[in-house]
Design a protein around this ligand. Structure first.
Ligand code: FES
Length: 153
């Protein structure tokens, strides 16, 4: 292989490699930040028995685009993962025991109350019902999150 063709081959290989890396970065970033407004809308989602919801942290319910959170032995909340600011997906950060929006930095307590950031309120809540011993989330029944400075009743 001549120097010229080796150089051409390496140049093309680098371009393809960087192209693939850039494409992977775009796909990963979009998957993390894409709005989830249309997902999980107006459906009933059967989840788990109340006993299966952990006392610490949250239980992720991808099909409902939300979380189940045990407040105490009597109360379990179904929270939306959609940020009330501009709709980014808000993950729960175990180390900080709170929800933190990756888009503009809004933060929410474990039960979805507003802490700080541009979000106008806490995380929205879905209606729930126990059906045949299992928690059913109704994503069409959306209760707006509490205003900053107030807590969920
Ligand atoms: S979308 Fe969450 S803080 Fe802006």
């Amino acid at each position: 292989m001549s120097d010229l063709s080796r150089r051409s081959f390496l140049s093309a290989a680098w371009k393809v490699g960087f192209g693939l890396l850039a494409a992977a970065g775009v796909v990963t970033t979009w998957d993390l930040l894409k709005p989830t407004l249309a997902a999980g809308v107006d459906i009933l989602v059967k989840t788990v028995k109340p006993d299966a919801v952990p006392s610490a942290g949250v239980l992720v319910v991808p099909k409902a685009r939300g979380y189940l959170v045990k407040v105490d032995e009597e109360e379990i909340l179904a929270l939306s993962e959609v940020c009330p600011h501009l709709g980014c997906r808000v993950p729960f950060i175990d180390e900080n025991n709170q929800f933190e929006c990756p888009c503009h930095g809004s933060k929410f307590t474990r039960v979805g109350d507003y802490i700080e950031g541009p979000a106008p309120r806490g995380l929205d809540e879905y209606g729930t019902e126990i059906v045949d011993g299992v928690i059913e989330i109704d994503t069409s029944d959306v209760i707006a999150g509490p205003a900053p400075g107030s807590e969920r009743a």
